[in-house]
Design a protein around this ligand. Sequence first.
Ligand code: DLL
Length: 433
Amino acid sequence: MIWNPKYECMQRDELEKLQLERLKKTVERVYNNLPFYKNRLDNARIRPEDIKSLDDLKRLPFTTKDDLRENYPFGLVSAPLKDIVEVHMSSGTTGKPVVDAYTRADINLWAEVMARALVSAGATSNDVIQNAYGYGLFTGGLGVHYGANRIGAKIIPISGGQTKRQIMIMKDFSSTIITCTPSYALHIAEVAEEMGEDPTKLPVRVGILGAECWSENMRAEIEKKLGILALDIYGLTEIIGPGVAQECEYKEGLHIYEDHFLPEIIDPDTLEPVPEGEEGELVITTLTREGTTLLRYRTRDITSITYRPCRCGRSMARISKIKGRTDDMLIIRGVNIFPSQIENVLMKIDEAEPHYQLILERRKGLDELTVEVETTPEIFFDEVRKIEEIEARIAKDIEDNLGLRIQVKLVEPRSIERSMGKAKRLIDKRELK
Ligand code: DLL
């Protein structure tokens, strides 16, 4: 099923016409309503009427997270403040958080793109959606909520946490879809087992998982442990929240809702576009947002894009699973590495449980990375020699795959903190020294 075939299956030339029309209006709006963009465009010597083709997008200035932070809270709102009906905010682990301000039409748009996403994952009005994304300023909870409302599914707004209760409710209410982060989905499986339940027997058939990076092998692990189809959902507060892009049942990339969010992939160093299929930073221009309208927003997320048609019939371009954020990339002894690449190797190792963290330290002026990964009780309480042998094998696997020798430490089951939302994979101990 496709929620909105008129747009989701639009012919490319028709879609481009629509995008151009919307782009022109967007540039005109921000130029006239926001001194910030008027200055930026004046400095780049571009006037709204200069936008004549989609190619002219390249001439527009970028917007960054710092721009949003510097204009906190409402400096970049492009609609009258009286028209704002809701605000959300990112958690902001570094510096000031970023704010998204929504008009009534923006909330409507959010429900529309989230309806597309849910239906793309197989949801119908017959489904019971257990929404374990956090409700509040985080966009996950309410984003899914609005989409579920739009398609007429039954929503259980349980939010994250209280895992035993999640499992009880899942059984009692016969939840068919779970929405949460991938790391929390694994934790649900783990707690179900501890409660003596077989997680594969729970009524859930689909997981709509996102908000953090997760590898293909992590997907396989979740699908096996919970006996579900696990699909990826992408989004960010600055653009709208979840519902920017979503996988369909073919799992060959996430369809990005291009009629509302115009994507580009650029080289983060040169800022030039990269060819189709090559990796780079995702940049998004909002085409229909009113409250927070952004030109060429640099997401910092690394992915690639393809415009090839998908077997599902949707014509919307697809981005590949996010590999990481430019700010999460580690450079260890000259090798660039993303935590998700290490995860992908760990998830294939039988003795390693899917719970890990990376510890970054500085020794003698050099950055050193250690992977701590949980193992099973049988192995953990076995001979030291056997543990060392497994650690060496994992380190070799990582070296063979990623070209980097790092230290591996098997740790006790349940010793790594579980998260109800986004998992913290990297512990950076460098500043503490
Ligand atoms: O995480 C929105 C969201 C909620 C998406 C629920 C999906 C589901 P923020 O808290 O602003 O918003 O964080 C956005 O999270 O720039 C990515 O780095 C990362 N991210 C989001 N979805 C994915 C994903 C929400 N599917 C930031 N894969 C983004 C990898 C993701 N990273």
